[in-house]
Design a binder for this molecule. Sequence first.
Ligand code: PLP
Length: 248
Amino acid sequence: MTAAPDPVGADRRAALAAGLAAVRARIADACAAAGRDPSGVTMIAVTKTYPAGDAVALAGLGVTDLGENRDQEAAPKAAEVAAAGAAVRWHFIGQLQRNKARSVVRYADVVHSVDSVRLARALGTAAESGRDRPLTTLVQVSLDGDPARGGALPGAADPERGLGPVAEALAGAEALRLAGLMAVAPLGWEPERAFARLAEVAAEFRVGYPTATVLSAGMSGDLEAAIGYGATHVRVGSALLGMRSTLR
Ligand SMILES: *Cc1c(COP(=O)(O)O)cnc(C)c1O
């Protein structure tokens, strides 16, 4: 007996509800194991490659935060979800080209993937004219220092890609809010090793930015390890929505 049109059908809704219950249970167990309050962990449902109807259905099941990694897909999907009347926060989690900044600031509430001073400046400029409240931003950090895979470099003096300069550029922009750090475990690393390293980087980072307490880490395969090392936001796609046919 709901007034909203059915976005997906009963079978898909049941599958999404089951995935959601399973992921919520995993998060609760990981929090219990780590002695953490589950209210300190926000689950972001990563809807990339899946249709807007799935996003609307997830919102109907109580999901408040959705993630996407490509502007071409995210912009129309966010518009469709808004048109369906679902109020959600959108997290942009993918590598972002500067020429997409103008588009992303219109629908994103949080950008997780800032990893260069140039991108920070582009977002700052775009946010000034493209939205009426500050854009929340995270610095994506590289845990293995591989420049090909994205991420700012902790401890590096690099004026363009060093974590320090990127954070400063975000903190200094009027229309941006620097909220914390994001990372992806490097390929071939044990999650524990990756997130232990991230926790070290975050502890040092918070000396300079004590209010920037967000730690976005952990995906379908490694969210338990991330929560064990302090993740405040986990980004979960396939465990909720099913395996994607493409490698992103
Ligand atoms: C796709 C993606 C996720 C979700 O990955 P799953 O393994 O499907 O949970 C998380 N973070 C980023 C940056 C992604 O691109």
